[in-house]
Design a binder for this molecule. Structure first.
Ligand code: ADP
Length: 303
């Protein structure tokens, strides 16, 4: 059975029941049957191919739709978070400055200073939010420029903890360190970027712990091929179903907005990008709501 010069089947003939030879009529009948069969078989094959193409197409469209829906959700979150985050400090700055310009505070230097201080804090807040948004968008566009050098993460961790002492004390949080005295190999890293990632984890632990303890610890693997930086807190914790989502851009857990209304949901996304660029990994652990959390960055050490 031949279709478009391709053999697509064979008809096998046995001896006739009456033992007669095949006649010319038999052969021409068989030829007609084989022509028809060729068309039927090739149609069947085409139909099967079309069907599987259809299924594939459907799968692809579904995948793309899911992806688009995810992007739409991220866009909604972006608009919701940025409009809230940008509006709050802007309103404060406008309010404070308009009162000063009005002149009603001309005789009250202390109050004037207090209002200017508040406006200044709000400007810093705005700057932080804009820095976060631009940083995340640079990373998404693959514009993460880094300069690698041997870096001692113990030195960075010590400074970060010292700088955050007052923040923790203001919130009745004990900020402690563990295993800082053990020897730790250096890593090859962009010092500023890795510092940013480590700072983010400590800041998050302080922000999401109303009161209790934040413990920063350092470790290295036995063969000195890996170092890790771990921040463990006794704060609001993370529900199991939310653990994977918190590394996405503009994603925050429900409880977090009450404890830290100023968050943008960008920090962990940025941390993840930085850690990836250093060929490391980041892990989050929590037993659930109000059970505390721990975040660990593991990075390859210099041999
Ligand atoms: P932000 O803190 O600005 O919201 P992040 O990307 O740093 O953004 O964190 C994303 C979310 O992950 C937070 O909004 C919070 O819900 C959750 N999260 C991060 N760190 C902690 C932590 N230490 N404890 C509990 N939840 C956390």
């Amino acid at each position: 059975i031949i279709h478009l010069e391709t053999l697509i089947g064979i008809i096998g003939l046995a001896r006739k029941n009456n033992n007669d030879a095949y006649t010319k009529n038999d052969i021409s009948l068989l030829e007609t049957v084989s022509h028809q069969a060729a068309i039927a078989i090739s149609n069947g094959l085409l139909y099967r191919k079309l069907n599987s193409l259809n299924l594939n197409l459907k799968k692809k469209v579904n995948e793309q739709t899911r992806h688009l829906n995810d992007l739409l959700k991220i866009k909604d979150e972006f608009v919701k978070i940025t409009s809230h985050q940008l509006r709050t400090p802007t309103t404060i700055i406008k309010g404070m400055l308009s009162m000063i310009l009005e002149g009603s505070l001309n005789n009250d230097a202390a109050k004037k200073k207090q209002y200017l201080d508040q406006a200044y804090t709000s400007v810093l807040n705005l700057e932080r939010i804009i820095h976060g948004i631009l940083g995340a968008s640079d990373m998404t566009a693959g514009k993460l420029l880094m300069t690698f050098e041997p870096v001692d993460i113990k030195e960075i961790a010590e400074k970060l903890v010292a700088e955050r002492g007052h923040l923790a004390a203001n919130k009745a949080i004990t900020l402690v360190t563990k295993d800082f005295d053990l020897p730790l190999p250096k890593i090859s890293a962009d010092k500023l970027k890795i510092r940013e990632a480590m700072a983010n984890l400590i800041d998050n632990a302080i922000n999401y712990t109303p009161k209790g303890e934040v413990c920063v610890s350092l470790h290295s693997s036995q063969d000195n091929s890996w170092v890790s930086f771990c921040v463990k807190d006794t704060g609001i914790g993370i529900k199991p179903e939310e653990k994977a989502k918190i590394f996405r851009k503009f994603t925050r857990t429900e409880q977090s907005t009450m404890v830290n209304p100023n968050g943008t949901g960008l920090g962990l996304y940025i941390v993840q990008q930085i850690v990836d660029a250093h060929h490391g990994r980041i892990e989050a652990e929590s037993q659930g709501e109000n059970t505390g959390s721990s975040f660990k960055i593991t990075l390859p050490a210099i041999k």
